[in-house]
Design a protein around this ligand. Sequence first.
Ligand SMILES: Cc1cc2nc3c(=O)[nH]c(=O)nc-3n(C[C@H](O)[C@H](O)[C@H](O)COP(=O)(O)O)c2cc1C
Length: 353
Amino acid sequence: MSTTYQNLKDILSSGIYEYFFSGADDSVTLRENELSWKRFQIVPRVMSSPRSVSLEIDFFEKKWPSPFLVAPMAYLGMVHEHGDLGVALASAAQQFGFILSCHATTPLELISSHFLREELRGPLWFQFYPYGSHAEWLSLISRVQRAGYEALVVTVDAPVKWTPKAAIDAGFSVPANCPQPNLSGVPPRGSLTDVLKQAFSWNDLKWLREKCSLPIVIKGVLNPEDASRLCDESLCDAIIVSNHGGRVIDRVIPTAYVLKEIVASVANRVKVLVDSGIRSAHDVAVALALGADAVLIGRPVVAALAEGGAQGVAHLFSRWRDELSAIMAVCGFSTISDFKLNIDIRWPKEHLI
Ligand SMILES: Cc1cc2nc3c(=O)[nH]c(=O)nc-3n(C[C@H](O)[C@H](O)[C@H](O)COP(=O)(O)O)c2cc1C
């Protein structure tokens, strides 16, 4: 389990707490995810303070106000009554992007109708698990497109899904009457062989790429060779380097340790985003310094939602924007692109002998 959010045990039931905050198996990856960003060290420049700082980034031929997006997360309504809509509204108001999980309990149209109204908002994307037939995928995707979502995030790192063992031990299960208004089909069930029969493949992605006119973002890449292949075959417009917050299998590599290599293998052909274990604006600064174009925030959003509803989430986002701006200013940079290009970042292994 993560050691970061123990205080929430007084707010959430133990089953819900474990579902949101535990990792797979012994949670080794979850704990290492959180530590890994903190092992890198920034080497600032002095006497070069900018007069102002902009967090603006370029993405899919548009300018967006900040490099932050909320990671797609299922069942946020179990954490607080404000749920998906509360987080989406806080994101829009605070210039964060928002990625709606297909396992959200709020209809995708309701979220977009509110989110898109905000003038200075970040991007709005829909996360998709390809359940059901190809025809069912296309029918959901056309709904997503009609509702105004700006990209389709296809999560490819969880062909088999387990609820964390700690959550099951604490009695967690998804209630039978839990609404699931955004699924393309029924999630695969049964034996491992049954589930694997429906696993998403490279051929499925090629098919989807031909049929889907929205930008495609592939979530869950950890191997630089997969990243390279996605670009070589023009199968996506962006990649999210993610280990699903250590929730799928344990002992996988923290994203901080593979990010730089993936950025190199992608070589500016598509945008690279990252998540897993990012817990502060300092972690975000490290992710940008290692080459990420933007970052996804997961469990910190859940914690803020549990503690303070939509207002709690808005407060967290405002603080992180201020802190990232201050970090950039102290290091001597006024724009994200300048910071990414010129910041000196080190891992002690490289310079301590
Ligand atoms: C409770 C929970 C539910 C999640 N549900 C989804 C989901 O429906 N789809 C998806 O692609 N990722 C899902 N994720 C993974 C997140 O999108 C993200 O990759 C992860 O939370 C990042 O790690 P962090 O929370 O440690 O920052 C979920 C994560 C959590 C914690």
